[in-house]
Design a protein around this ligand. Sequence first.
Ligand code: ADP
Ligand code: MG
Length: 297
Amino acid sequence: MTTVSTQNTPTGATTDTAAPLVELADVGKRYGNIIALREVTMTVDAGKVTCVLGDNGAGKSTLIKIIAGLHQHTDGTLRVGGEETTFTSPRQALDAGIATVYQDLAVVPLMPVWRNFFLGSELTTGFGPFKRLDVARMKETTKAELADMGIDLRDVDQPIGTLSGGERQCVAIARAVHFGAKVLILDEPTAALGVKQSGVVLRYILQAKERGLGVVFITHNPHHAYPVGDRFLLLKRGRSIGYYEKKDILLGDLTAQMAGGAELEELTHELEQLGGHTSQMQQVQAGMAESQARPRA
Ligand SMILES: Nc1ncnc2c1ncn2[C@@H]1O[C@H](COP(=O)(O)OP(=O)(O)O)[C@@H](O)[C@H]1O
Ligand SMILES: [Mg+2]
Protein backbone atom coordinates (compact mmCIF):
# COMPACT_ATOMS: atom_id res chain seq x y z
CA MET A 1 0.00 0.00 0.00
CA THR A 2 1.33 3.39 -0.94
CA THR A 3 0.59 6.43 1.09
CA VAL A 4 0.75 9.86 -0.43
CA SER A 5 3.56 11.72 1.24
CA THR A 6 3.08 15.09 2.85
CA GLN A 7 4.62 18.04 1.09
CA ASN A 8 8.25 17.56 1.91
CA THR A 9 10.83 19.64 0.12
CA PRO A 10 14.16 17.97 -0.73
CA THR A 11 15.72 19.66 2.31
CA GLY A 12 13.18 17.99 4.55
CA ALA A 13 11.40 21.21 5.51
CA THR A 14 7.64 21.12 5.15
CA THR A 15 5.95 23.69 3.00
CA ASP A 16 2.66 24.48 4.61
CA THR A 17 1.87 27.53 2.52
CA ALA A 18 -1.23 25.87 1.09
CA ALA A 19 -3.01 23.46 3.39
CA PRO A 20 -5.04 20.85 1.51
CA LEU A 21 -8.69 21.77 1.02
CA VAL A 22 -9.75 18.63 2.87
CA GLU A 23 -7.70 16.04 4.72
CA LEU A 24 -8.80 12.82 6.33
CA ALA A 25 -6.45 11.14 8.76
CA ASP A 26 -7.41 7.66 10.01
CA VAL A 27 -11.06 8.59 9.78
CA GLY A 28 -13.57 6.00 10.95
CA LYS A 29 -17.31 5.77 11.31
CA ARG A 30 -19.28 3.48 13.57
CA TYR A 31 -23.04 3.15 13.42
CA GLY A 32 -23.65 1.51 16.77
CA ASN A 33 -21.90 -1.85 16.47
CA ILE A 34 -21.43 -1.58 12.73
CA ILE A 35 -18.11 -0.24 11.55
CA ALA A 36 -18.84 1.34 8.17
CA LEU A 37 -15.45 2.94 7.75
CA ARG A 38 -12.08 2.52 9.42
CA GLU A 39 -8.73 4.29 9.28
CA VAL A 40 -9.20 6.09 6.00
CA THR A 41 -6.57 8.64 5.01
CA MET A 42 -7.05 10.89 2.00
CA THR A 43 -6.30 14.38 0.74
CA VAL A 44 -8.27 16.72 -1.50
CA ASP A 45 -6.17 19.43 -3.14
CA ALA A 46 -7.15 22.34 -5.33
CA GLY A 47 -6.92 21.50 -9.02
CA LYS A 48 -6.77 17.74 -8.37
CA VAL A 49 -9.25 14.92 -8.81
CA THR A 50 -9.30 12.41 -5.97
CA CYS A 51 -11.15 9.24 -6.95
CA VAL A 52 -12.79 6.97 -4.40
CA LEU A 53 -13.28 3.48 -5.77
CA GLY A 54 -15.04 0.53 -4.26
CA ASP A 55 -17.85 -1.92 -4.70
CA ASN A 56 -21.25 -1.75 -3.03
CA GLY A 57 -20.96 -1.52 0.73
CA ALA A 58 -17.33 -0.40 0.55
CA GLY A 59 -18.06 2.76 2.52
CA LYS A 60 -17.93 5.33 -0.30
CA SER A 61 -21.19 7.07 0.62
CA THR A 62 -20.31 7.04 4.31
CA LEU A 63 -17.02 8.73 3.47
CA ILE A 64 -18.57 11.55 1.47
CA LYS A 65 -21.39 12.04 3.98
CA ILE A 66 -18.70 12.84 6.57
CA ILE A 67 -17.09 15.43 4.29
CA ALA A 68 -20.51 16.80 3.25
CA GLY A 69 -21.74 17.25 6.82
CA LEU A 70 -24.52 14.66 6.73
CA HIS A 71 -22.83 12.35 9.23
CA GLN A 72 -20.07 12.83 11.77
CA HIS A 73 -16.96 10.68 11.94
CA THR A 74 -16.45 8.74 15.16
CA ASP A 75 -12.68 8.21 14.83
CA GLY A 76 -9.72 10.02 13.37
CA THR A 77 -9.42 13.59 12.15
CA LEU A 78 -11.07 15.65 9.44
CA ARG A 79 -9.28 18.86 8.51
CA VAL A 80 -10.71 21.53 6.25
CA GLY A 81 -8.26 24.17 5.07
CA GLY A 82 -5.85 22.88 7.72
CA GLU A 83 -8.33 23.23 10.60
CA GLU A 84 -9.69 20.27 12.51
CA THR A 85 -13.40 20.16 11.78
CA THR A 86 -16.57 18.24 12.51
CA PHE A 87 -19.50 19.40 10.45
CA THR A 88 -22.85 19.10 12.17
CA SER A 89 -24.96 19.98 9.12
CA PRO A 90 -24.72 19.99 5.32
CA ARG A 91 -25.19 23.77 5.47
CA GLN A 92 -21.91 24.10 7.40
CA ALA A 93 -20.04 22.09 4.78
CA LEU A 94 -21.60 24.15 2.00
CA ASP A 95 -20.61 27.37 3.77
CA ALA A 96 -17.06 26.02 3.90
CA GLY A 97 -17.18 25.67 0.10
CA ILE A 98 -17.92 21.95 -0.07
CA ALA A 99 -20.64 21.17 -2.63
CA THR A 100 -22.04 17.70 -3.14
CA VAL A 101 -23.85 16.40 -6.21
CA TYR A 102 -25.78 13.29 -5.27
CA GLN A 103 -26.64 10.57 -7.72
CA ASP A 104 -30.38 11.14 -7.40
CA LEU A 105 -30.05 14.85 -8.16
CA ALA A 106 -32.32 17.02 -6.08
CA VAL A 107 -33.94 18.72 -9.05
CA VAL A 108 -37.56 19.60 -9.71
CA PRO A 109 -38.17 17.96 -13.10
CA LEU A 110 -40.94 20.25 -14.27
CA MET A 111 -39.13 23.45 -13.38
CA PRO A 112 -37.11 25.23 -16.02
CA VAL A 113 -33.35 24.76 -16.06
CA TRP A 114 -32.65 28.33 -14.85
CA ARG A 115 -35.04 27.88 -11.91
CA ASN A 116 -33.27 24.69 -10.85
CA PHE A 117 -29.92 26.41 -11.25
CA PHE A 118 -30.90 29.07 -8.70
CA LEU A 119 -33.08 26.87 -6.48
CA GLY A 120 -32.68 28.09 -2.91
CA SER A 121 -30.43 30.99 -3.96
CA GLU A 122 -32.81 33.02 -6.12
CA LEU A 123 -31.80 36.46 -7.31
CA THR A 124 -34.20 39.25 -6.53
CA THR A 125 -34.65 42.82 -7.59
CA GLY A 126 -36.21 45.78 -5.75
CA PHE A 127 -36.76 46.20 -2.01
CA GLY A 128 -39.47 45.61 0.56
CA PRO A 129 -42.93 45.14 -0.96
CA PHE A 130 -41.47 45.65 -4.44
CA LYS A 131 -39.03 42.80 -4.12
CA ARG A 132 -39.47 40.16 -6.79
CA LEU A 133 -37.52 37.49 -8.62
CA ASP A 134 -35.01 38.79 -11.12
CA VAL A 135 -35.97 36.29 -13.79
CA ALA A 136 -34.09 37.95 -16.64
CA ARG A 137 -30.81 38.02 -14.75
CA MET A 138 -31.19 34.42 -13.56
CA LYS A 139 -31.83 33.20 -17.11
CA GLU A 140 -28.93 35.18 -18.46
CA THR A 141 -26.55 33.97 -15.75
CA THR A 142 -27.59 30.35 -16.17
CA LYS A 143 -27.02 30.51 -19.89
CA ALA A 144 -23.65 32.22 -19.49
CA GLU A 145 -22.44 29.83 -16.79
CA LEU A 146 -23.45 26.78 -18.79
CA ALA A 147 -21.83 28.18 -21.94
CA ASP A 148 -18.68 28.84 -19.91
CA MET A 149 -18.52 25.16 -19.04
CA GLY A 150 -19.04 24.32 -22.69
CA ILE A 151 -22.69 23.31 -22.21
CA ASP A 152 -24.78 24.68 -25.03
CA LEU A 153 -28.46 24.64 -24.10
CA ARG A 154 -30.81 26.06 -26.69
CA ASP A 155 -33.29 27.12 -24.10
CA VAL A 156 -32.80 27.54 -20.35
CA ASP A 157 -36.61 27.71 -20.11
CA GLN A 158 -37.04 24.04 -20.90
CA PRO A 159 -37.96 21.81 -17.93
CA ILE A 160 -34.85 20.19 -16.46
CA GLY A 161 -36.68 16.86 -16.71
CA THR A 162 -36.27 17.01 -20.48
CA LEU A 163 -32.47 16.92 -20.18
CA SER A 164 -30.57 13.66 -20.26
CA GLY A 165 -29.05 12.31 -17.04
CA GLY A 166 -25.61 13.39 -18.17
CA GLU A 167 -26.75 16.92 -18.96
CA ARG A 168 -28.39 17.19 -15.57
CA GLN A 169 -25.15 16.15 -13.88
CA CYS A 170 -23.38 18.82 -15.90
CA VAL A 171 -25.87 21.51 -14.86
CA ALA A 172 -25.33 20.49 -11.24
CA ILE A 173 -21.55 20.78 -11.67
CA ALA A 174 -21.86 24.20 -13.35
CA ARG A 175 -24.12 25.30 -10.49
CA ALA A 176 -21.58 24.29 -7.84
CA VAL A 177 -18.85 26.14 -9.73
CA HIS A 178 -21.03 29.26 -10.04
CA PHE A 179 -21.85 29.37 -6.34
CA GLY A 180 -18.17 29.31 -5.48
CA ALA A 181 -17.55 25.74 -4.38
CA LYS A 182 -13.92 24.95 -3.60
CA VAL A 183 -14.55 21.24 -3.21
CA LEU A 184 -16.90 19.35 -5.49
CA ILE A 185 -18.05 15.90 -4.43
CA LEU A 186 -19.67 13.73 -7.08
CA ASP A 187 -21.35 10.52 -5.92
CA GLU A 188 -21.30 8.02 -8.78
CA PRO A 189 -22.20 10.62 -11.44
CA THR A 190 -21.61 8.14 -14.27
CA ALA A 191 -23.17 5.03 -12.73
CA ALA A 192 -26.47 5.21 -14.61
CA LEU A 193 -25.07 6.64 -17.83
CA GLY A 194 -24.08 5.13 -21.15
CA VAL A 195 -20.58 5.41 -22.59
CA LYS A 196 -21.10 8.65 -24.50
CA GLN A 197 -22.85 10.51 -21.70
CA SER A 198 -20.28 9.30 -19.20
CA GLY A 199 -17.64 10.84 -21.44
CA VAL A 200 -19.43 14.18 -21.30
CA VAL A 201 -19.58 14.11 -17.49
CA LEU A 202 -15.90 13.14 -17.29
CA ARG A 203 -15.09 16.16 -19.43
CA TYR A 204 -16.84 18.48 -16.94
CA ILE A 205 -14.96 16.89 -14.09
CA LEU A 206 -11.79 17.97 -15.87
CA GLN A 207 -13.23 21.46 -16.42
CA ALA A 208 -13.96 21.80 -12.70
CA LYS A 209 -10.39 20.66 -11.99
CA GLU A 210 -9.00 23.20 -14.45
CA ARG A 211 -10.96 25.90 -12.65
CA GLY A 212 -9.01 24.99 -9.55
CA LEU A 213 -11.65 23.03 -7.65
CA GLY A 214 -10.69 20.00 -5.64
CA VAL A 215 -12.87 17.20 -6.99
CA VAL A 216 -13.84 14.02 -5.16
CA PHE A 217 -15.09 11.55 -7.74
CA ILE A 218 -16.87 8.46 -6.42
CA THR A 219 -17.20 5.56 -8.82
CA HIS A 220 -16.90 1.81 -9.03
CA ASN A 221 -15.57 2.00 -12.57
CA PRO A 222 -11.76 2.23 -12.84
CA HIS A 223 -12.14 2.99 -16.56
CA HIS A 224 -13.94 6.20 -15.63
CA ALA A 225 -11.64 7.07 -12.74
CA TYR A 226 -8.27 6.50 -14.36
CA PRO A 227 -8.37 9.04 -17.23
CA VAL A 228 -9.46 11.94 -15.01
CA GLY A 229 -8.02 11.02 -11.60
CA ASP A 230 -4.84 12.31 -9.96
CA ARG A 231 -5.16 10.02 -6.93
CA PHE A 232 -7.06 6.87 -6.20
CA LEU A 233 -8.39 5.65 -2.90
CA LEU A 234 -9.57 2.05 -2.99
CA LEU A 235 -12.10 1.00 -0.39
CA LYS A 236 -13.24 -2.47 0.45
CA ARG A 237 -15.65 -3.33 3.25
CA GLY A 238 -14.95 -0.03 4.94
CA ARG A 239 -11.18 -0.30 4.79
CA SER A 240 -8.65 1.41 2.60
CA ILE A 241 -6.91 -1.23 0.47
CA GLY A 242 -4.73 1.28 -1.32
CA TYR A 243 -4.10 4.94 -1.91
CA TYR A 244 -2.11 5.78 -5.01
CA GLU A 245 -0.83 8.72 -6.96
CA LYS A 246 -1.49 8.18 -10.65
CA LYS A 247 2.20 7.77 -11.44
CA ASP A 248 2.34 4.83 -9.04
CA ILE A 249 -0.43 2.73 -10.53
CA LEU A 250 -1.50 1.55 -13.98
CA LEU A 251 -5.08 1.14 -15.11
CA GLY A 252 -4.62 -2.62 -15.25
CA ASP A 253 -3.52 -2.77 -11.60
CA LEU A 254 -6.42 -0.57 -10.54
CA THR A 255 -8.86 -2.83 -12.37
CA ALA A 256 -7.28 -5.96 -10.91
CA GLN A 257 -7.47 -4.53 -7.37
CA MET A 258 -11.10 -3.62 -7.89
CA ALA A 259 -11.95 -7.06 -9.22
CA GLY A 260 -10.32 -8.62 -6.15
CA GLY A 261 -7.40 -9.94 -8.23
CA ALA A 262 -5.69 -11.66 -5.31
CA GLU A 263 -8.84 -13.50 -4.28
CA LEU A 264 -9.45 -14.71 -7.81
CA GLU A 265 -5.88 -15.91 -8.11
CA GLU A 266 -6.28 -17.90 -4.93
CA LEU A 267 -9.49 -19.40 -6.22
CA THR A 268 -7.85 -20.30 -9.52
CA HIS A 269 -5.11 -22.07 -7.62
CA GLU A 270 -7.64 -24.04 -5.57
CA LEU A 271 -9.53 -25.07 -8.68
CA GLU A 272 -6.32 -26.15 -10.33
CA GLN A 273 -5.67 -28.48 -7.43
CA LEU A 274 -9.15 -29.90 -7.85
CA GLY A 275 -8.31 -30.79 -11.42
CA GLY A 276 -7.66 -28.33 -14.19
CA HIS A 277 -10.54 -25.91 -14.52
CA THR A 278 -8.10 -23.15 -15.27
CA SER A 279 -9.48 -22.19 -18.66
CA GLN A 280 -12.93 -21.90 -17.15
CA MET A 281 -11.54 -19.74 -14.38
CA GLN A 282 -9.81 -17.51 -16.93
CA GLN A 283 -13.14 -17.02 -18.59
CA VAL A 284 -14.68 -15.99 -15.30
CA GLN A 285 -11.83 -13.52 -14.75
CA ALA A 286 -12.21 -12.09 -18.25
CA GLY A 287 -15.93 -11.76 -17.70
CA MET A 288 -15.43 -9.95 -14.42
CA ALA A 289 -12.93 -7.54 -15.95
CA GLU A 290 -15.41 -6.83 -18.70
CA SER A 291 -18.31 -6.24 -16.33
CA GLN A 292 -16.11 -3.81 -14.40
CA ALA A 293 -15.59 -1.90 -17.63
CA ARG A 294 -19.29 -1.55 -18.22
CA PRO A 295 -21.23 0.99 -16.21
CA ARG A 296 -23.81 -0.58 -13.97
CA ALA A 297 -27.36 0.64 -14.02
N1 ADP B 1 -27.01 4.70 8.56
C1 ADP B 1 -26.42 3.51 8.64
N2 ADP B 1 -26.63 2.69 9.68
C2 ADP B 1 -26.02 1.49 9.77
N3 ADP B 1 -25.17 1.01 8.85
C3 ADP B 1 -24.91 1.76 7.78
C4 ADP B 1 -25.51 3.06 7.61
N4 ADP B 1 -25.05 3.57 6.44
C5 ADP B 1 -24.22 2.67 5.93
N5 ADP B 1 -24.13 1.59 6.71
C6 ADP B 1 -23.29 0.39 6.45
O1 ADP B 1 -21.98 0.83 6.16
C7 ADP B 1 -21.39 0.08 5.12
C8 ADP B 1 -20.92 0.99 4.01
O2 ADP B 1 -22.03 1.57 3.34
P1 ADP B 1 -21.91 2.71 2.24
O3 ADP B 1 -21.06 3.79 2.75
O4 ADP B 1 -23.28 3.08 1.84
O5 ADP B 1 -21.18 1.95 1.04
P2 ADP B 1 -21.09 2.30 -0.52
O6 ADP B 1 -21.57 3.70 -0.73
O7 ADP B 1 -19.65 2.12 -0.88
O8 ADP B 1 -21.95 1.30 -1.24
C9 ADP B 1 -22.44 -0.91 4.67
O9 ADP B 1 -22.16 -2.14 5.25
C10 ADP B 1 -23.73 -0.33 5.19
O10 ADP B 1 -24.66 -1.35 5.47
MG1 MG C 1 -23.05 4.51 -2.08
